[in-house]
Design a protein around this ligand. Sequence first.
Ligand code: NZQ
Ligand code: ZN
Length: 388
Amino acid sequence: MLGNFSYHNATKLYFGDDSLRFLNDELPKYGKTVQLIYGGGSVKKNGIYDAVINILNANGKTVVEDAGVMPNPTADKLREGVKLARDNKVDLLLAVGGGSCCDYAKAVSVSVNCDEDPWDKYFLRFEEPDCEIIPVGCVLTMAGTGSEMNAGSVITNHDQHLKIGHVFGDEVMPKFSILNPRFTLTLPKRQMVSGIYDIFNHICEQYFSGEDDNTSDYLAEGLMKSLIHSSLIAVADPQNYEARSNIMWTATWALNTLIAMGKETDWMVHMIGQAVGAITDATHGMTLAAVSLPYYRSIMRCGLKKFVRFAKEVWQVCPDGKTDEEVAAEGLAAMEQWMRTIGVAMNLRELGVTEDMLEAIADATILLDGGYKQLTREDVVTILKESL
Ligand code: NZQ
Ligand code: ZN
């Protein structure tokens, strides 16, 4: 651990199939008016909405409904949510859904008491909030993003063809999150698998950086092994509570800042994936899956030591009699085999991308420098062509 850092996580978690009742402990800490944020209706079909409403009513809360948060929430929807919160002077934003609802709630939270346009201020100019922030709580229904225990918020602007994430400070983290793995059992298989790959890639983005001997990398390997193990069980038997609970817990630890400690972190798969999402509105985890292997194969030689370690520690590749490059390539081949087994998108065409979109995707890709190779725009175009 050669870096200098401070560590604090501001979110209180309640985990397990009995966890929703702890909403009763949290609600009294906040004022009377709760903005209830949810998506396109899954929570009404599976009964989670009724269960939450009953607890809100029992606690004497006035509920302001904020339905219809779409996957990849938009800047337009954000402006609507801000108006709703302002008009009703809400005291708590309660997100009941996946990462999209949690991210949206955080974006509303920093914008209610701010006069400027939230998209311009936070997502184009990357400014920090300088106003009072409305507290956020989450009842999570999908495992993947880690948004339940981090300060990230990703918003899409279709007019500008941009999808941008802002990682805010501790003050924007959810005050509490309720993680009931049983709530994830109604997810369509494609969403479950997309979430699993999102988790895996969050770990990779932090693992594939730096050269020092770092505890964060050992934690990352443990999380990857648990995820691979549970993903195979969950894909064969989606109703397996034990596997789904491990996946949910792994998702939280994959992106709650812990395994980034002392690391530079890469995030280029996410930058390319988000650009794909900005142009296509495709499911987040699938955009990452479609570009990952061409990306990792293109940088493998620049971070060879770590890719060899990945092959040996995560995929149990035997190094005997092989060159480092062969071992590293075998690790990525094992990862590819796992991706095919769980059923993620293996190329961009599956997500509706055509050759004529590649330049626009490259234009929308933010280039970061924490990974093993600093990409140029041309490198991104090459990776996109190989991902088609
Ligand atoms: O809208 P409803 O009807 O609720 O359906 C949702 C949605 O269609 C459905 N769903 C969720 N829980 C369900 C369920 N269906 C049945 N049963 C359940 N229990 O699943 C669909 C996807 O939901 P969504 O919230 O969009 O998925 P996810 O959790 O993957 O969130 C994606 C968003 O998070 C951002 C992504 O970019 C994307 O905008 N991310 C946020 C991050 C963060 N805050 O740190 C990091 C990530 O890398 C990611 O970028
Ligand atoms: Zn992600």
